[in-house]
Design a protein. Structure first.
Ligand SMILES: Nc1ncnc2c1ncn2[C@@H]1O[C@H](COP(=O)(O)OP(=O)(O)OP(=O)(O)O)[C@@H](O)[C@H]1O
Length: 811
């Protein structure tokens, strides 16, 4: 079995076996576990082996022996240097530098079961450097004469930020290291204290800022114009995508410690809307104080690669940008932007980033909004790496005391442009180094809670990665790159998106100039280092090897009985008969045996799955039965409870009703008593009134209805009598006439009254009128009338009585 054509492979896959820890330390009492992985002899002398055989442990399960092919296999005694030299990292670095033209993206990743040595290989340990540090050293050394130092070249930021397609926050290494480690000895620029400055707006409002002395580095497109006054300045932002410079109008603000990159982001975002004028309406950003990190005391120097060198473009200028991020629970987080402490929780808060095409990179996805550090030296780059690693999530598990809980990405962007007096546009390639989190079994890792959840996400993403790797290993026979299902999770998207030529990019969505530039981009070169512990978990390791190996075959036939049956029946008869041959050749027999073995293995797996299914079904029935009985008992209990509640309610209701009845009865009796009393009083009053009326009836003459109803007739009658009397008087002597007339009149009136009893109301009224007219002279008729009407009721009874009692002369 030979590894397939490697040209068609996306990855070169190397296998590294980790040395087992000292057996007596790990297994002081138990017998050391059996080694299940053996390395096949190399085909040629002085060459590394390429095949390993996986021998299943001698348990009851019948499992086939599998053989896997890799680009190279490194055995346990391989050193870090040998790995570095043997895995093609150097050509990868050389490709990124683009010694003879455009560079080519490179990807270096490690994959393996947890604790198998991935981090050790790629990042090293306290005493040894990993592939990352070694690659960085070679890279910096190779471009040493033509690398641009950000602390010396002040326009570097501006040009790099302008060429960056990922909306990145570009920062110089001295500035970043100062914020992380508080180190003031990194460079001349950062050794000075911040200089306070006032930013005066066009409207006269002023804002106070402590502009960092190296702010022209941080904000490359920001130009500070001295207006002549030591306290005021004018800020002009030269946007990369706008032709004219834009004046930034700052609002008045209190003193802030730093004028930070978020301001630049804000201005850029606004510039999309307005190409000429910007206005910074937002408040100047005050960065949250970040606790300083302890600067690593010593960075390992072993293994020594001081003589290693790769080719670089001698006529080009280089700049190195470093960014780091992790994929945690399928989300991307920047490792160089320190997490902010959460407001409500103790946990720190980080903003997830997007992997997407941007305005400047429409046909290629990039992690947008990362912080990128421009490093001028290897030392700076290593310190940035250390700072980023501190942010990475790790946890102690049963399998590894310092287990990575995320997939870590370390990106070295090599920016390259033609040198000379008129430097050209920045181009460049990226070397991405990935330390994948290890697959783990919860039972072995003894994880729970959040760590178990993380493991679930890790295993899921690794499963998708496995699918992609399997597909890519099949690409020797097919030329369809789209078959690799890399869009299933963030990890595979990040790893595979840039592994294909840009033929799939949408030309309609891509401007011509960008298409011609981007379209020429080479697919990335990728190296995968699979780590395995030959004494570790057999199942987990065989799974990893199955999907990462370049080729796989079953080499040692452990023919189970079912296989012989298959061979005897199907292979022996049908296959060869169909070909019309009496005896198969050795190759055919071998192929058939392998196929039969595979069938046997699969049928065994199917049997196992069937029995698992049956067991699951049984469990389900049990659970369902349990659930039903539980439901029935719950129903009974519910009914019981309901009747209890009803009973309680009834008793309470009855008690309440009785109480209400008693209260009502009491109030009803009281009401009755009150009514009786009231009635008695009424009767008493009535009795008294009746008595009085009886009394009155006895004293008051009865008044006929006719009399009351015919007062006019009576008046006329009286008038006639008065007339008669007047005439009589007129016939008598003049002296007697007057007194006689008066007497007659009075006696006539009295008669009239006497004749009619109490008389009618009108009669009495007219009499009252007469009386008043006689008594009160000069009073108006109306007042007399009103008086009479006011006294009407009294007049009805009392005067009558007086008159009845008084004699004629008194009147
Ligand atoms: N080749 C090696 N030589 C010496 N020690 C090794 C080697 N490989 C691994 N180790 C040691 O084994 C331990 C676990 O290794 P490491 O942390 O690299 O595992 P890992 O695969 O990254 O695990 P995880 O996926 O859980 O992060 C470490 O103490 C490391 O130093």
């Amino acid at each position: 079995m030979d590894p397939p054509q490697q040209k068609s492979q996306l990855f070169q896959v190397y296998l590294r076996l980790r040395p087992s820890p000292q057996a007596n330390l790990l297994y002081p009492t138990l017998a050391a576990p059996e080694r299940f992985l053996s390395v096949e002899e190399a085909q040629f002398e002085n060459e590394l082996p390429t095949h390993v055989t996986l021998n299943p442990p001698n348990d009851n399960r019948r499992r086939a022996v599998e053989k896997f092919a890799f680009t190279k296999v490194f055995e346990e005694d391989t050193s870090q240097l040998e790995i570095f030299e043997g895995t093609g990292v150097l050509p990868l670095v050389e490709g990124v530098l683009g010694a003879h033209g455009d560079g080519r993206d490179g990807l270096l990743a490690t994959l393996g079961v947890t604790g198998s040595g991935k981090s050790h290989t790629i990042l090293g340990s306290r005493s040894q450097r990993g592939l990352t540090q070694l690659a960085l050293e070679v890279l910096f050394r190779s471009i040493q004469p033509s690398i641009l130092d950000p602390s010396k070249n002040h326009s570097l930021h501006a040009t790099i930020a302008a060429s960056d397609a990922s909306e990145a926050q570009v920062m110089s290494a001295p500035m970043y290291l100062e914020t992380m480690y508080g180190d003031t000895t990194q460079s001349r620029a950062s050794s000075r204290a911040p200089t306070p400055m006032v930013v005066r707006s066009t409207s006269g409002a002023s804002a106070h800022f402590n502009l960092h002395p190296s702010s022209h580095e941080l904000y490359p497109s920001l130009q500070v114009h001295d207006t002549g006054s030591p306290k005021s300045i004018r800020i002009v932002v030269k946007e990369q995508r706008t032709v004219e410079p834009s004046i930034v109008t700052m609002p008045s603000a209190p003193t802030t410690p730093h004028f930070v990159p978020s301001f630049m982001r804000m201005t850029r975002a606004r510039s999309k809307k307005s190409s000429t004028k910007l206005s910074a309406q937002g408040e100047p950003y005050t960065p949250a104080p970040t606790p300083l990190r302890k600067k690593p005391s010593a960075i390992p120097r072993f293994p020594d690669i001081s003589n290693v060198h790769v080719n670089a473009d001698e006529h080009a200028e280089y700049a190195i940008l470093i960014s780091m991020y992790e994929v945690y629970n399928d989300r991307i987080f920047d490792l160089l932007t320190p997490a902010l402490p959460g407001k409500s929780t103790k946990d720190s808060r980080r903003r997830a980033l997007l992997f997407k095409p941007t305005e400047a990179s429409p046909d290629r996805k990039v992690v947008a909004g990362l912080r990128k550090i421009v490093c001028g030296s290897l030392k700076e780059a290593l310190l940035v790496l250390e700072a980023g690693l501190c942010e990475r999530r790790v946890a102690g598990t049963g399998s590894n005391s310092v287990s990575s809980r995320s997939h870590g990405f370390f990106c070295v962007e090599v920016k390259k442009r033609s040198g000379g007096r008129m430097p050209g546009r920045w181009g460049g390639s990226t070397m991405t180094i990935v330390d994948l989190a290890g697959s783990e079994r919860a039972r072995d890792a003894k994880t729970q809670g959040q760590t178990l959840q993380e493991a679930g996400k890790i295993n899921e993403s690794l499963m998708y990665l496995g699918q992609c790797l399997q597909m890519q290993s099949d690409m020797g026979s097919t030329t369809k790159p789209n078959l690799v299902p890399f869009r299933q999770c963030k990890l595979t998207e990040l790893l595979f998106s840039n592994s294909f030529p840009n033929s799939s990019s949408n030309p309609q969505a891509t401007p011509h100039h960008q298409l011609s530039h981007q379209g020429s981009r080479n697919p990335q070169r990728a190296i995968m280092i699979v780590t395995a512990d030959p004494l570790g978990d057999f199942n987990a390791t065989s799974q990893i090897l199955r999907y990462s190996a370049l080729a796989r075959e079953v080499t040692v036939p452990r023919i189970p009985s079912v296989t012989s049956t298959i061979l005897a029946s199907s292979v022996g008869s049908n296959y060869f008969h169909s070909r019309g041959r009496m005896s198969p050749t050795d190759t055919e027999r071998e192929t058939m045996e392998i196929a039969a073995l595979e069938i046997a293995r699969m049928s065994e797996e199917i049997d196992g799955l069937r029995s698992e299914l049956t067991a699951e079904q049984e469990r389900r029935f049990q659970v369902e039965a349990h659930l039903e009985s539980f439901q029935a008992s719950m129903d009974d209990r519910l009914m019981e409870r309901e009747s209890d509640v009803r009973e309680e309610c009834y008793v309470q209701l009855a008690a309440e009703l009785g109480k209400q009845m008693r209260q009502w009865k009491t109030s009803w009796e009281a009401e009755n008593e009150r009514n009786d009393e009231h009635l008695d009083k009424k009767i008493e009053i009535l009795t008294r009134i009746t008595d009085v009326e009886d009394e009155d009836k006895e004293n008051i003459p009865s008044v006929s209805l006719e009399d009351v109803m015919e007062p006019e007739t009576e008046n006329q009658k009286l008038r006639r009598e008065v007339e008669i009397l007047r005439r009589e008087l007129h016939n008598r002597s003049p002296t007697k006439q007057k007194s006689g007339a008066l007497r007659e009149k009075r006696s006539g009136v009295l008669r009239e009254i006497g004749g009619s009893g109490l008389g009618s109301g009108a009669g009495l009224s007219s009499l009252g009128h007469d009386m008043d007219r006689l008594r009160v002279s000069g009073e108006s008729d109306s007042s007399a009338n009103s008086l009479a009407s006011a006294k009407k009721l009294k007049v009805r009874k009392l005067p009558v009585r007086k008159w009845d009692m008084g004699c004629e002369d008194e009147l």
